[in-house]
Design a protein around this ligand. Structure first.
Ligand SMILES: Cc1ncc(COP(=O)(O)O)c(C=O)c1O
Length: 405
């Protein structure tokens, strides 16, 4: 045998978090076929696609059936109609200076958040919130950027961790060590916490001062309900020279199975005279052949008047679940946060119970599945995530079961 595997992959500890929770849930369900397990665990939507989106999908499928309107390969950076709709609605309407050609359409934020590290030098140091969406760290591990794993502390020697716990108000603090790449995600998965515009401005000022790049994941932007929470990092002054933004259609429009997202890289973001925009365009052109026309037409419908109205209702449906979970757990004596600008509720596990222990306890005693905080990083220990993406009926039943425990 002469070939060798990528040794960096072998450094990854355990399996992906949701493979482990999924396996445990399946095993429990198999052993207890008479019991109904309610999953408030993985952040997947459950409501059907809105009518405006279904109409757009049907229309685009019909176009594919006629030679005059058939479309082959999509432009690898995205169709103009979608990039214009994004620039107008998500940025210009908010007073942000982002042009359509600074938007790169893709098949979702998971791939983009995973792939974006490729355009940076291998010796760049990343900083992440702890707890964190696992993709940011794992993809840097695969790229050989994270150093040595400490099995006991569950941390990497070359990663800067920014704890986000009750003590920090679930927000990161500027680290003492200077990072090159800072991953921020607001509204946050898993904590459901947000950041004010002033606080985000401090991060932008810091990144510009030290010459770092912020990778800002705004996948949950549609769930923001409070006024002082920024919808995009480009609301902050100076973000064009230090920030990349990631967006998804998964949570605002139910596209988890349809697949669409985008990344924004302003042309002012440079290393010397090299634009990160050019590198990402090169990467996209080489490794990606464009999101399907049919799906991009569905994405365009998200910005139509009918689409906007229908999606506002869909988000409100999930946020009603979020309030139900939040209020129910609070009345049951749990310490809870999140759930106001995000579809995630973050609770403290009962005294003395580890987060995986609480996962088993909840599954066995209430047949409710959530996600252990420790799966998102060491500072997630002692916490637990429930999602608001279930049906209202299941959410109510799950909370009533938890209250009866
Ligand atoms: C923070 C965050 N970013 C990105 C994603 C992935 O989004 P997409 O479905 O667009 O790949 C998720 C999905 O759960 C997420 O929580």
């Amino acid at each position: 045998m002469s070939f060798k595997v990528n040794q960096d992959y072998l450094k990854l500890p355990g399996s992906y978090l949701f493979s482990t929770t999924g396996r445990k849930i399946r095993e429990y369900a198999q052993a207890h076929p008479d019991q109904k397990v309610i999953k408030l665990s993985i952040g997947d939507v459950t409501q059907p696609l809105a009518p405006a989106i279904i109409d757009a999908l049907h229309g685009a499928v019909d176009e594919m059936a006629a030679a005059e309107t058939f479309k082959g390969y999509a432009p690898d950076l995205g169709y103009e109609f979608l990039r214009n709709a994004i620039a107008d609605n998500d940025y210009k309407a908010r007073g942000c200076d982002i042009a359509a050609d600074e938007i790169f359409v893709s098949d979702g934020a998971k791939c983009d958040s995973a792939n974006i590290q490729e355009i940076f030098s291998k010796d760049n140091k990343i900083a992440v919130c702890d707890p964190v969406y696992p993709v940011y760290v794992d993809t840097n591990v695969m790229a050989g950027r994270t150093g040595v794993y400490d099995k006991i502390g569950e941390t990497w020697s070359d990663v800067i961790y920014m704890p986000c716990t009750k003590e920090t108000g679930f927000a990161p603090e500027i680290p003492t060590q200077t990072p090159d790449i800072i991953y921020l995600c607001f509204p946050n998965n898993p904590t459901g916490a947000t950041i004010t515009k002033d606080a985000l401005q401090e991060w932008v000022d810091y990144a510009n001062k030290v010459g770092a790049v912020i990778i800002y994941d705004a996948a949950y932007e549609a769930y923001i309900s409070e006024d002082n929470v920024p919808h995009t990092i480009y609301e902050c002054e100076g973000a064009r020279t230090c920030a990349i933004e990631l967006r998804s259609f998964s949570k605002n429009a139910g596209f988890t199975g349809v697949r669409l997202g985008f990344t924004v890289i302003p042309k002012d973001l440079k290393d010397g005279d090299v634009m990160l925009h050019s590198l990402w365009a090169r990467r996209h052109g080489t490794k990606y052949n464009g999101a399907p026309y049919i799906i991009q037409k569905a994405g365009e419908a998200v910005y139509s008047e009918a689409g906007k109205a229908q999606l506002k209702e869909q988000v409100a449906y999930y946020m009603k679940n979020a309030s139900y979970i939040y209020d129910g757990l609070k009345s049951a004596g749990y310490s809870v946060s999140g759930g106001v600008n995000a579809p995630y509720i973050w609770l403290e596990t009962p005294k003395g119970m580890g987060s995986w222990e609480f996962f088993d306890y909840l599954l066995e005693n209430a047949q409710v599945a959530g996600t252990p905080g420790a799966g998102f990083g060491p500072s997630g220990e002692g916490y637990f995530r429930l999602t608001a993406f279930g049906s209202y009926e299941n959410t109510v039943e799950a909370i009533e079961r938890i209250k009866r425990m």
